[in-house]
Design a protein. Structure first.
Length: 240
């Protein structure tokens, strides 16, 4: 199954959070099981939000082939697009779709503040699964119609923990938990309750020439809602 996100992207700006939580998605034998979404949830205790994605296969079991260089590199990602304004985590207000992503890419390290593999070198960690906040915007030049927003560091607003790449990407260092069929991550987010969310599994591609659009969503494996309508609602944790 192949989805095109460009036609869906406008829905994000127009859709308020609905009354469905979680988002359930039927299995599709045409989708690689590691990316075939079956269920997505998001809950908050008022201070932290936990995003969870369940897939039909083993989460995190499929990673990109290394190319040996940044230009033309590929990434795989488990993504939670939200209705939250990008300003809540430090990007320019109203600048696109704020999404949380768990991603892996063996050809570059975009988390310079963190040593994910614990080997003493914080500059060689991209191949392992790690987290980002990103801002997505439409772009017809990209295979799936969306890109990570191109920015100019020092001109466009970026969070303090951004790696200062020319894209709207933050590397705040929250560690994902990938266990069996589930990918899960908890992030600090005080105003998350009642925000809308969705679940997407996708491939990304770095521009072969290193030019804009620098990081495209090149293909989509699955969209939990089917149409990127953000039907999920971040709900308060059940104390029981």
């Amino acid at each position: 199954m192949k989805h095109t996100l460009l036609a869906c992207a406008a829905l994000v700006a127009l859709t308020a959070a609905g009354n469905a939580h979680p988002v359930e998605s039927p299995q599709d034998p045409a989708i690689e099981p590691a990316f075939d979404i079956t269920r997505v949830t998001a809950t908050t205790d008022g201070r932290l939000v936990t995003f969870m994605m369940e897939v039909a296969g083993l989460a995190g079991s499929v990673t990109p082939e290394a190319t040996g260089q940044l230009a033309g590199a590929n990434a795989e990602a488990y993504v939670w697009p939200t209705s939250l304004d990008p300003a809540v985590v430090g990007f320019d207000a109203g600048s696109g779709i704020l999404a949380l992503a768990i991603t892996a890419h063996p050809d570059f390290d975009d988390t310079p503040l963190f040593d994910e593999n614990g080997d003493g070198d914080p500059a060689n960690d991209g191949a392992g699964w790690h987290s980002h906040w990103v801002v997505l915007t439409p772009d017809e030049a990209c295979g799936a119609g969306l890109k990570v927003r191109d920015v100019a560091p020092g001109q466009d607003l970026l969070p303090a923990t951004a790696p200062m790449l020319p894209i709207a990407l933050d590397s705040p260092g929250m560690s994902p938990v990938i266990d069996g069929h589930v990918a899960r991550i908890t992030v600090p987010l005080a105003d998350g309750e009642t925000a809308g969310f969705d679940g997407v599994t996708a491939s990304l591609h770095v521009n072969d020439a290193g030019a804009a659009p620098l990081l495209c969503v090149s293909g989509v494996h699955d969209i939990a809602s089917g149409d990127l309508s953000l039907p999920g609602v971040i709900m308060a944790d059940d104390p029981h």
